[in-house]
Structure formats: C-alpha cells, structure tokens
Design a protein around this ligand. Structure first.
Ligand SMILES: C[S@@+](CC[C@H](N)C(=O)[O-])C[C@H]1O[C@@H](n2cnc3c(N)ncnc32)[C@H](O)[C@@H]1O
Length: 325
C-alpha cells in the first residue's frame, strides 16, 4: 500500500463508492453502478483514490476524469487497464478539475417560477458553472400538458420535465433584460477542453441529456452568458451593485450551496439574500437550507425549490420533474 491510503481510508472509500452505487447510480447509470461496485472491491482503485486530497475522491469526479482520459471501459479488466496505464493523467485531471456539472435542464423547473415574478428581470446566478442556466428564456420546454417553443428557433434544446397538476406553466418566456453569473472557476465554452469536461460530467448512459447539453452550449456560444470568477461568499455584493435599477433583481442558485460546507457562510449568504430588495430562488437538496423544508416530508433524491425562503416545489435534480406544492 502506498503512502496516503491507510486501511481506514480505504474502508471509508469503499463504503462511499458502494453507497454511490446503491443510492445515486442504480437505476440511472448501469455503467457507473458497475464501476462504483468494482472500485469498492478493488485495492488498486482504493489506493489510487487514497493518494488524492480528501476533497478530490468523489465518484463523479473520478469517473468523469477516467472517461476523459480513457474512454468508456466496459469490463472490469478494461477499467483496471485504464487505471494502471493512465493513473497519472487521471489524477492530474482530478486535482485540477471540479465537479461543476452545468445542467441547463434545470431551467424547466426554474422558468415557471421566474415567469410568475413581475418583470423585466435582472438575473444573477451564483455557482453558475459555464452559465447555461442563465439562458432560460432561450430554451424550449416540454412539460407534457404544455409546451413552450424556443424563441431562437431550430437547434435550441427543448427540455422535457414531468409536472404535477398544481404547477403553473407559463405560455410566454419571462423578459430577462440583464444577466450575470458568478463561479469559482467558470468553464470557457470556447475552450474545447472545458467543454469536453462538461460533457464528461454527464453520465454515460444519459445520451439525450448530453445531446441537449450540446444544443445549449451552441445557444450559449451565440449569446454568451457573462460569468465572472469569484466566490459567492465574498464577491456577490459587487455583482449585486452592477444590476440595473429598473429591473426586478433575482438571485438564483441550483446545486451550489451544498458545496459551501461552512454553516456560518451559508447562513451569512441567506441573511444577505433576505436583507436586500431582490427575489431569491434556491434549488438545492433540502438539507442545505433546513428552514426552507420545515414541515415538509423530504422526497428521496429531490431538490427543494424555494422563493424568498418559502418552499415552492420539489424538483428533479437535473430538472426532470417539477412537483409544485
Ligand atoms: C454542480 S455545479 C452547478 C452549476 C449550475 N448551477 C447548474 O445548475 O447547472 C456547482 C457550481 O458551483 C460552483 N461553486 C461552488 N462553490 C462556489 C462558491 N463558493 N462560489 C462560487 N461558485 C461556487 C462550482 O464551481 C460549480 O461550477
């Protein structure tokens, strides 16, 4: 065993990968389920992970890096070969990249809420990744009982989303007159390596999702969403100050505050949101802001979308479902 991978570390990692297989991957990605189970039982893979810094050992990061470097090994032996011969390259990706899945499909849940606010809107997204969720007014939506065509015509993605009867579905896109994103390390959509990384973060069996991501990237290359580098716990006020005064300001975030692990920093962020004249849309796992979920029974695997601290809907984490409360 090499330095860094104590038996305790390996046991904890094995458990983490098994949990990932059972709770996150099963039913969504047969390949990732197999990979995670294999990793949990592989001393070589666990030793490899154990040498990385603790915050660089997540299944999503490992598997995306392995795919980027070594393609899609379909057998355990092929997986082991990639790890044996390309370990340094995989580790280099895992040390430099982050899990910053940009899922524009989440706009299928955000847009009905945005459309209910008095516009025109000025939209800020914190933790925006490449900013694809900053363009909800440029995509189309298929909510089953209602459909909204993309305004920019052919080529734009149409996001499918299962909705319940209570969900109010708009017949027009909201008017967004200004938009800005903030991210620790915004991927550059003109950089082939950054785009390849965003694509590698989409799970391998989800080919429709990947196709829609590519369509959204094409839209964003035409209408680049401005995303600045910065930390939402330090740099948001400067961005708030740039928003135009004659539009309703909305700050939103989706699958982001979970990465702000310091509870005081999260509480400070919530205080800032409440202290300003703006709307705050949070779309996160329900444990991220327990206040928003008070009195609700959590739904397994769902995010909670809240407006100004009040729960609005359970949402599929990739925007695949919207259950309005
Ligand atoms: C899972 S991605 C979600 C991206 C986007 N919100 C979406 O829904 O597609 C999380 C993003 O949050 C960013 N992030 C995490 N902590 C942050 C912080 N403290 N300040 C700014 N961005 C942060 C990461 O860099 C990453 O791009």
């Amino acid at each position: 065993m090499r330095q860094g991978a104590t038996p305790e570390t390996q046991a904890a990692l094995a458990e983490r990968y098994l949990r990932f297989a059972q709770i996150e991957a099963e039913g969504h990605s047969p390949l990732y389920t197999d990979w995670a189970r294999h990793v949990a039982g592989s001393a070589r893979a666990l030793a490899f992970l154990g040498e990385l810094p603790p915050d660089r050992r997540q299944p999503n990061l490992f598997f995306a890096a392995l795919r980027l470097v070594g393609g899609l090994p379909r057998t355990e032996a092929a997986f082991d070969d990639v790890l044996t011969y390309k370990a340094d390259a995989i580790a280099a990706v895992m040390r430099t990249r982050r899990t910053q899945t940009n899922e524009p499909g989440r706009c299928a849940c955000l847009l009905p809420l945005l459309a209910r606010l008095d516009g025109p809107l000025a939209l800020i997204e914190v933790g925006a990744s490449a900013g694809l969720c900053l363009l909800p007014d440029l995509y189309g939506y298929d909510w089953g009982r209602a459909w909204l065509d993309p305004p920019v015509g052919a080529g734009a993605p149409v996001f499918p989303c299962r909705v319940n009867d209570l969900a109010p579905l708009p017949v027009h896109h909201p008017e967004i007159v200004w938009r800005a994103g903030l991210d620790l390390a915004p991927p550059d959509l003109e950089d082939a390596g950054d785009v390849a990384w965003l694509e590698a973060l989409v799970w391998p069996d989800q080919t429709d999702r990947l196709a829609r991501l590519r369509q959204a990237v094409a839209v964003a290359r035409q209408e680049p969403p401005p995303v600045v580098a910065g930390d939402l716990t330090r740099d948001l006020e400067a961005l708030l100050a740039q928003a135009p005064a004659d539009a309703r300001l909305v700050v939103m975030h989706s699958a982001v505050l979970t990465y702000v692990s310091d509870p005081d920093a999260r509480a400070d962020f919530a205080r800032l949101m409440r202290s300003r004249d703006l709307h705050w849309i949070s779309n996160e796992a329900p444990g991220v802001f327990p206040d928003h979920a008070k009195g609700l029974t959590p739904r397994a695997g769902k995010f909670l979308m809240a407006l100004d601290g009040h729960p609005i809907a359970w949402t599929g984490p990739h925007g695949q479902s919207l259950d309005w409360l």
